[in-house]
Design a protein around this ligand. Structure first.
Ligand code: C5P
Length: 224
């Protein structure tokens, strides 16, 4: 029997760090009245929990246990860990770097699959990450590979951190993004890659609204 959840539409938006895919995905979800999953927030929250509990970031067995026992809830744009809102703590560069390190562990990624797939609920899901179209939702109706130049991404991330009142240093962010791109692309477990069926959306020099409208048009096309 076919799994009935596979009939629930999914729009999967993958791309490198700070490409703006989260902003675009959240706005597409809002426009369609769909659920939204920021899969990076799961990796970030897990990394944040590991840092707080002193779990070494290369201890796959301990991290997988932590992933399986994690009390993680999403509510609008807030993430709750053990019932407490984590707020911007998971948005720091430290949490992002730690997330990209633990994200290389295959056992840990497998442990997070069911949690992510549970977000596929009617009327539909828009999700963003690195492997949403390639691994987590391979049957997604629309797959988008959203990119922007590394310089533009560094500027966007810098602006975002300043707006949040967080520590931000442009040259360090640029170097960090280059390292994170290399790690996310080179890892063997679910590397960041454009699958053959993903549409390329280069948002360098594009407004957020233009990017959102493009994804909505592609979704509309997929329905006809
Ligand atoms: O997207 P964001 O920068 O919040 O993700 C943080 C890190 O989590 C990424 O650098 C990436 O290594 C990892 N990640 C992943 N797979 C996803 C989402 C995020 O490996 N689906």
């Amino acid at each position: 029997m076919t799994d009935p959840t596979t009939r629930i539409p999914v729009i999967a938006i993958d791309g490198p760090s700070a490409s703006g895919k989260g902003t675009v995905a959240a706005l597409v979800a809002k426009a369609l009245g769909f659920h939204y999953l920021d899969s990076g927030a799961i990796y970030r929250t897990l990394a944040y929990a590991a840092l707080r509990r002193g779990v070494p970031l290369d201890d796959e067995a301990a991290l997988t246990r932590l992933a399986n026992s994690l009390d993680l809830r999403f509510d609008a744009s807030e993430v709750y860990l053990d019932g407490i809102a984590v707020g911007d703590a998971i948005r720091s560069e430290e949490a992002g770097r730690a997330a990209s390190r633990i994200a290389t562990l295959p056992g840990l990624r497998t442990a997070l699959l069911a949690l992510q797939r549970a977000f596929r609920r009617p009327p539909g899901l828009v999700t963003d990450g690195r492997d949403m179209g390639s691994v987590v939702f391979p049957d997604a109706q629309v797959k988008v590979f959203l990119i922007a130049s590394v310089e533009e991404r560094a500027k966007r991330r810098h602006k975002q951190l300043i707006e949040k009142g967080l520590d931000a240093n442009l040259p360090r962010i640029l170097q960090d993004l280059r390292e994170r791109d290399a790690r996310d692309t080179a890892r063997t477990a679910a590397p960041l890659q454009r699958t053959a069926d993903a549409k390329l959306l280069d948002t360098t020099g594009m407004t957020i609204d233009e990017a959102v409208q493009t994804v909505l048009r592609w979704y509309g096309d997929s329905q006809s």
